[in-house]
Design a protein around this ligand. Structure first.
Ligand code: PEP
Length: 253
């Protein structure tokens, strides 16, 4: 059982607008003012809105996060954003290796490890995503897949592995409304914890392992009650203030 504060991170994906972001953050701030959170909170937003969100989040308990980060420091890498650029806008977290980036942008385990290194070198906390597809689960490969994905990150970042956050996100549960049962999720989290323990021994218990995949206001409490689930990475439900606030409350218990 881990004892540190949980982390609830919203992944807005490619959603939002100036008006919608302002309405959402205002509603979240109001909800949190009434009920101070007992967990850490991050909003991982699309990069064009970082300046807006940096000012909307001043004085709030919510930290700004990115959804990706370049492995490169600067130069001819069209379309990419470096860690230093993210830091200019007060970004504190970066999702790395989300399954949508692995699937649609061909991100390999090695690329994910390099992005993790770039984040860590710049004081940004990487939220490293791992997870199996439905076909891999049905073929009994879940453990092998998530261990391979995490091993690549540990291999490159072993010296500061205690600074990462891991997110177990079964691909078949993302945006599908199908959530892993608390038992299924806990079983994989325990595997990841053991792997981290091997890499970081005494620090492993302090490394947050989030669950992501159709977490919502109704199922959050049960998932977050599992021994090795230290928070959530939330897509769809993070765009609805009442739902996200309920998940934040569930993380405080
Ligand atoms: C995600 O995109 O990381 C995610 C977990 O999405 P959803 O909550 O919508 O399944």
């Amino acid at each position: 059982m881990t004892t540190h504060k949980k982390l609830i991170a919203g992944n807005w994906k490619m959603n939002g607008s100036l008006a919608a972001n302002e309405a959402l953050v205002t509603a979240l701030r109001q909800g949190l003012a009434a009920n101070a959170p007992a967990c850490d909170i991050a909003l991982c937003a699309p990069a064009p809105y970082f300046a807006q969100l940096q000012s909307l989040l001043v004085g709030s308990p919510m930290a700004l996060g990115a959804q990706d980060i370049s492995a490169q420091a600067q130069g001819a890498f069209t379309g990419e954003q470096s860690a230093a650029m993210l830091k200019d806008f007060g970004v504190r977290y970066a999702i790395v290796g989300h399954s949508e980036r692995r699937q649609y942008h061909g991100e390999t385990d090695d690329a994910v490890a390099a992005k993790t290194a770039a984040a860590l070198a710049n004081g940004i906390t990487p939220i490293v995503c791992v997870g199996e597809t439905l076909a891999q689960r049905e073929a009994g490969q879940t453990e092998e897949v998530v261990k391979r994905q995490l091993a690549a990150v540990i291999h490159v970042n072993g010296h500061c592995i205690s600074e990462i956050v891991v997110a177990y996100e079964p691909v078949w549960a993302i945006g599908t409304g199908k959530t892993a049962t608390p038992e299924q999720a806990q079983a994989v989290h325990a595997v990841l914890r053991a792997q981290l323990h091997h890499a970081a021994s005494e620090h492993a218990a302090g490394i947050k392992i989030l669950y992501g995949g159709s977490m919502n206001a109704a199922n959050a409490a049960e998932l977050l009650a599992q021994a090795d689930i230290d928070g959530g990475l939330i897509g769809g439900a993070s765009l609805k203030a009442p739902d996200f606030l309920q998940i934040i409350s569930a993380a405080a218990r």
